[in-house]
Design a protein around this ligand. Structure first.
Ligand code: FES
Length: 145
């Protein structure tokens, strides 16, 4: 049912962890399955993603897609990272079963949410990036705090 690459990234996920004082973090959840993914980006002054880490509380496909997505954005510019869609991640993993496609969306959304957080903090605009709908981050800047 799963490709060798999916199994590999599931069993040996790359870039697991967190980044302290990250340039941007994004947390998204899937309301249907309840799985949650958080992405941390460390972005340098040239807008290059120096480092990226993730934490996923979710299914195997979510772990594998987050792992692959982090590999794909590492070392890229923020603009290039925008090209890392769930389709690109799935292709890099040699496909996912149809019922697992939503899991790969979580990775794309988490990256976008982290990029949005970075853009907000630095007062910049990233072309093609819209405010994430489902960011459920801790919301340090939210009013209730
Ligand atoms: Fe929820 Fe895969 S089943 S992310």
């Amino acid at each position: 049912m799963y490709s060798d690459k999916v199994m590999d990234h599931f069993q040996h996920p790359r870039n697991v962890g967190e980044i302290e004082n990250a340039s941007g973090t994004g947390t998204v959840g899937n309301a249907k399955c309840g799985d949650i993914m958080r992405i941390y980006l460390d972005i340098d002054e040239n807008q290059i993603i120096r480092d990226v880490k993730f934490k996923t509380f979710g299914c195997g496909a979510a772990v594998a897609t987050s792992s692959m997505a982090t590999e794909l954005v590492k070392g890229k510019s923020v603009q290039e990272a925008m090209q890392v869609t769930n389709k690109a991640v799935m292709e890099a993993l040699d496909g996912l079963p149809p019922v697992k496609v939503h899991c790969s969306l979580l990775a794309e959304e988490a990256i976008h949410a982290a990029l949005w957080d970075y853009a907000q903090k630095n007062n910049i605009q990233i072309e093609g990036l819209d405010k994430p709908k489902s960011d459920i981050g801790e919301g340090e800047e939210e009013e209730e705090y």
